[in-house]
Design a protein around this ligand. Structure first.
Ligand code: FPP
Length: 246
């Protein structure tokens, strides 16, 4: 166990794992090699996050826009997800992590959908780290799917529009039982949200690093947590003794 006294540990960290392709290219290897090493890195990082005391870790593995990549790359990624979900299952049985997936699974192959169902079901009572993987996820898509369900419930009289507030809307999102992220990390130099949990990140702190995902290890995660520790989260209010910024 490391000594993390002096650090404010965020309860929920989300990560955009970017830069696998560029990392591999720089080594003269195919992009898919970067994804493979990226997946291996993720296996270790979940354990590191758990050890640091992070309760929720959510990662962006495949976006609704990623289908536009070359066929071969999409196929390799799907193969990698199958393999990875099996590893996730074995790890969860050992360390009691609770696994969830978010996104629109209806476009995934049937066997992958079944793996997701079993993984979520068999880990639902576990009380270790809450690890969530976004697969075929897009924030706009999630909000539209949620809104359609909400409108159907409204029409059927199960809810009334008079009761619509932020909490009710949140309950229609894929993340309904997950708290909002405190810290969002994006690797590999890009500084965009890329359709990543736009509703949920309303008050999150953002941390960007040039390090590519396959090189983002525990020390880097601790750097991000150190930066987070120094942030002053005001949620639109002012700190005591400070004049408001206008
Ligand atoms: C971004 O790198 C990465 C992805 C689109 C896929 C993320 C997938 C992994 C880390 C693989 C493992 C994940 C799981 C859940 C098994 P990029 O290809 O956009 O890199 P680039 O910006 O350098 O092109």
């Amino acid at each position: 166990m490391g000594d993390y006294s002096g650090l404010k540990i965020p309860k929920h960290v989300s990560i955009i794992m970017d830069g696998n392709g560029r990392w591999a290219k720089a080594l003269g290897k195919p992009r898919t090699y970067g994804h493979k090493v990226g997946a291996e890195n993720l296996v270790q990082l979940v354990e590191d996050a758990d050890e640091i005391g992070i309760k929720y870790l959510t990662v962006y593995a495949f976006s609704t826009e990623n289908w536009n990549r070359p066929d071969m790359e999409v196929k390799t990624l799907m193969r990698l997800f199958r393999k990875y979900l099996k590893i996730c299952y074995q790890k969860a049985m050992k360390n009691h992590s609770r696994i969830r997936l978010i996104g629109d699974f209806s476009k995934l192959d049937a066997d992958l959908q079944e793996m997701i169902r079993v993984l979520e079901h068999d880990t639902k009572d576990f009380e270790g780290i809450n690890f969530t993987i976004a697969l075929n996820y897009g924030s706009r898509d999630e909000m539209l799917r949620g809104m359609k369900k909400m409108l159907a419930d409204c029409k059927a009289g199960r809810i009334s529009e008079d009761n619509l507030d932020e909490e009710l809307f949140s309950s229609y999102l894929d993340t309904s039982d997950i708290p909002d992220p405190d810290l969002m990390i994006r690797t590999s130099g890009e500084e965009r949200l890329s359709n990543w949990m736009m509703w949920q990140h309303a008050y999150s702190e953002f941390y960007f690093t040039d390090t590519a995902w396959p090189d983002f290890h525990k020390e880097e995660l601790l750097e991000a947590v150190k930066a987070y520790t120094l942030r002053d989260r005001r949620y639109g209010k002012v700190s005591s003794g400070e004049e408001p910024n206008v």
